[in-house]
Design a protein around this ligand. Structure first.
Ligand SMILES: [Zn+2]
Length: 479
């Protein structure tokens, strides 16, 4: 029997099935031999990772070249190639389910991809976990810089972010103080300018008499006023009853020291072209324009700009005061609206899952917003400690009830309060990195290892050196 005949015979479905069955039986017998089994395993690993070191390297580099650029059509998260499958090839899914729970989002190679997690949900004919979530629509008017955003937000998340000495990354020191603020006085203080390109330096302080600035940047007053006008119409602002003074449109707020001719600055709404140029001329002294052609002699005449401290007499609020604190602090991301986590989803989502969805989303607005990333980190940590604390309290107190005075009593005399003796208050922090209980646990692990395995000969500390990976830099450039 020649090759062609064999091939033809295999086209017959029944024959093929019989053949497969025979081969399966044969393999079963052969696998009883441990040597054969080992060889088979080696072959499998070789196929997956490469047979030689060079092949391994090549496979690894190729596998990681693309980065997470595949967008899941159902949850809109960015995924690596290995975590997605092509939607079109998934014959097990009914077309009804596919139409209902996918959004026709095409990404790499113009194909529709679905992540493995969503795929599992679709196969069970359920709504995928993150399906239906979306950020509020972006508007051009909210394209603000860091300080401009602070001027129109109703919460100031005070935090100390600084540049790390090596690597050019940012770090956070201490905690986040969430302070409410009123946007009206700031908007009132800003000079009313006709052009978006005119900017003024603004110092944003914790308290007026402090020497250090929380933020010091140039802002564009027109942009800020426009953003504020847009935001006061949004649900979160309307709910809090935040309004702008109606005559903000009519008034021209120009710095008093440059106000030589009050007649020109208090002109009415329908200014003519010539009036505009006059105002602009005056303001070019009080601020600076976004242009490279800048007369250096002008610096002498430039005032130091506005100084504001809107959170000065306000009491800080808890990060969990209301569920909208984060949305109020970052209007550039959330556009004055709350996220639709409750309405969109059947399953309840933890805050950690919400953070994951927002940061890994194909819409990069959260991932690009550095203060927001730190805010989320801190909020997650606080949540972690809170929930660990709650569990500890439940464990200890059971049915008994204690009051504060029980704890204030002199120690050692009240063994009835186990929280003091069991050290639960301390252990609450054991999952927080670099906290004393965390380091204590890690230290104990090492001591146990030494006891079991003896004193180590080498101590090797490895780091990824990821700043020098050209592949990573290319991936980051794409995202
Ligand atoms: Zn997905």
């Amino acid at each position: 029997m020649n090759k062609n005949q064999k091939r033809e015979r295999r086209l017959d479905e029944e024959y093929r099935a019989n053949e497969r069955e025979r081969e399966k039986e044969k393999r079963k017998v052969r696998r009883l031999d441990p040597e054969y089994k080992l060889k088979e395993k080696e072959l499998r690993i070789g196929r997956k990772y490469g047979r030689t070191l060079d092949e391994c390297k090549k496979k690894f580099k190729e596998g990681n070249k693309a980065g997470p650029i595949y967008v899941c059509t159902s949850c809109h998260l960015l995924k690596f190639r290995k975590s997605v499958v092509e939607l079109e090839k998934q014959r097990v899914l009914s077309s009804f389910i596919v139409n209902k729970y996918t959004t026709q989002k095409y990404s790499v190679d113009g194909k529709e991809w679905v992540c493995r997690m969503c795929f599992l949900y679709l196969r069970r004919e359920k709504a995928p976990k993150y399906f239906g979530l979306k950020f509020p629509d972006k508007v051009d008017v909210l394209n603000l810089n860091r300080l401009e955003e602070r001027c129109v937000a109703t919460r100031i998340p005070f935090m100390f972010i600084y540049d790390a000495t090596k690597g050019g990354q940012c770090k956070l020191r201490g905690s986040v103080a969430n302070v409410p603020m009123d946007i009206q006085p700031i908007i009132k203080q800003l000079p009313h300018v006709p052009d978006e390109s005119i900017s003024i330096p603004l110092k944003f302080k914790r308290k007026q008499h402090y020497k250090t600035n929380e933020y010091f940047e140039s802002i564009h007053p027109k942009k800020v006023i426009d953003a504020a006008k847009y935001l006061v119409k949004q649900p979160l602002y309307v709910k809090d009853g935040i309004e702008l003074d109606n005559n903000i449109n009519e008034q021209n707020f120009v710095d008093s020291d440059t106000d030589d001719e009050p007649d020109s600055s208090s002109s009415s709404d329908n200014e003519s072209e010539s009036d505009f140029s006059e105002v602009e001329c005056e303001l070019s002294k009080s601020g600076q324009q976004d242009t490279m052609v800048d007369d250096f002699n002008m610096d002498r005449f430039r005032p130091s700009g506005l100084t504001i401290a809107p959170g000065e007499n306000e009491k800080p609020l808890s990060l969990f005061q209301t569920e909208n604190e984060e949305y109020k602090a970052f209007p550039k991301i959330y556009c004055g609206q709350a996220m639709n986590y409750k309405e969109a989803n059947v399953e309840q989502m933890s805050y950690g899952e919400q953070v994951k969805w927002e940061l890994l989303n194909e819409d990069r607005r959260c991932a690009e917003h550095i203060p927001n990333i730190f805010y989320k980190t801190k909020k997650l940590q606080v949540k972690q400690v809170n929930s660990a604390g709650n569990i500890a309290v439940k464990k200890i107190f059971q049915d008994q009830k204690y009051t504060v005075s029980d704890f204030m009593k002199d120690d050692n005399t009240s063994p009835s309060i186990p929280i003091k003796n069991m050290d639960f208050g301390h252990k609450v922090f054991k999952d927080i990195r670099n906290s004393p209980p965390y380091l204590e646990r890690v230290g104990k692990d090492i001591r146990a290892m030494i006891r079991q395995l003896g004193i180590p000969t080498w101590f090797v500390s490895l780091s990824a050196n990821d700043l020098n990976w050209p592949e990573l830099l290319i991936i980051l450039g794409h995202l």
